[in-house]
Ligand binder design. Structure first.
Ligand SMILES: [Zn+2]
Length: 324
């Protein structure tokens, strides 16, 4: 067999022609890989709490949904400069956390099940098993808000509630907003599927559901806080043990680099832009001032890091792995 090897001159000619051929060069290195061959979870401690970030997988969304109140060229340049744009899409990771503190084992959000991003997400239960958790172990499930990637996984393929023993906890305002009779007729066409999906996801867990308000203590050391905007009743979670603190941001900040550098930029999925920015600034200010660690649901896995304030903006510093 004869191998035809391109000469150095051929390669130079090809790269010169690349812009005309519409090739975008250079391509991003494919750091990552298929599910099942990658870490399913990331474990660390916070005071006396054992924390485990468990992935539900990921899903991609078009760049056009990001930073919709900013210059599109500026948004694109930011994402490209941070190696976060591929094929005009941005990746959304799904970082759940299980908090083991005292007698409580608290899971935050249940993912999308296999109901929406079936090829790439819906892996929470499988990855929990790999991390050593049985479904019956979970004492509380906190639902940050009623979007598909956070709550559509309340039931399994047989329509059974996936954490039958757990107390579900959710903001009462959030629950009432989505469950209001006739809501589906009041929202835009693009929102209707979200309302119907939320009702289907929340109705089965209603008997196990506690309605929370700002300051609700899920278990000792684990407190819910109001962070409205992304949805109107969105809530985050504050964890404190032996003087150490972590803020589960959920979707109050969805993009570690973009939302920190440009906290005033919002996405098409953020329901109330002004509230989104106010809640983002409040949580990031809290974290920066009190040196709280943060977890972002959609940040690059495992999504844990720290916040540094820089003028009117912030910088995300991913937590580095430590052996001790
Ligand atoms: Zn989300």
């Amino acid at each position: 067999m004869t191998l035809i090897r391109p000469s150095r001159r051929d390669i130079l000619k090809m790269s010169a022609a690349a812009p005309m051929l519409g090739l975008s060069a250079p391509a991003l290195a494919n750091i990552g890989g298929p599910a099942g061959e990658q870490p399913s979870h990331f474990r660390f401690t916070l005071g006396d709490a054992r924390l485990t970030v468990v992935s539900d997988g990921y899903f991609n969304t078009p760049i056009s949904t990001v930073g919709i109140n900013a210059d599109p060229a500026e948004v694109r340049a930011f994402m490209e400069d941070h190696f976060l744009l591929k094929d005009d899409a941005v990746m959304n990771q799904t970082n759940h956390i299980i908090i083991e503190l005292g007698d409580a084992k608290v899971l935050v959000d249940v993912g999308s099940g296999k109901r929406i991003y079936e090829d790439t997400a819906g892996n929470l239960l499988a990855n929990m098993e790999l991390a050593g958790f049985a479904q019956e172990d979970i004492t509380h499930v906190v639902l940050s808000h009623a979007h598909p990637d956070h709550v559509w996984g309340t039931r399994d393929d047989f329509d059974e509630v996936v954490f039958p023993e757990a107390e579900y906890v959710m903001g009462g305002f959030e629950f009432d907003w989505w469950m209001k009779p006739g809501r589906v007729d009041e929202v835009s066409e693009s929102m209707q599927q979200l309302v119907i999906g939320a009702v289907h996801a929340l109705e089965p867990v209603r008997p196990q559901l506690t309605m929370a308000a700002d300051g609700h203590e899920v278990a000792p050391g684990i407190t819910m806080i109001d962070t409205p905007g992304h949805t109107l009743g969105h809530m985050s979670l504050h964890i404190e043990s032996a003087g150490e603190q972590l803020l589960v941001l959920a979707d109050s900040s969805r993009r570690a680099y973009l939302n920190f550098a440009h906290p005033e930029w919002v996405g098409s999925i953020d329901m109330d832009a002004e509230q989104t920015v106010a809640s983002r600034r409040r949580t990031l200010d809290m974290a920066a001032t009190d040196k709280m660690a943060v977890l972002g649901y959609h940040f690059p896995f495992p999504g844990v890091g720290h916040v540094v304030k820089e003028g009117a903006a912030y910088r995300f510093i991913p937590a580095l792995w430590r052996w001790e």
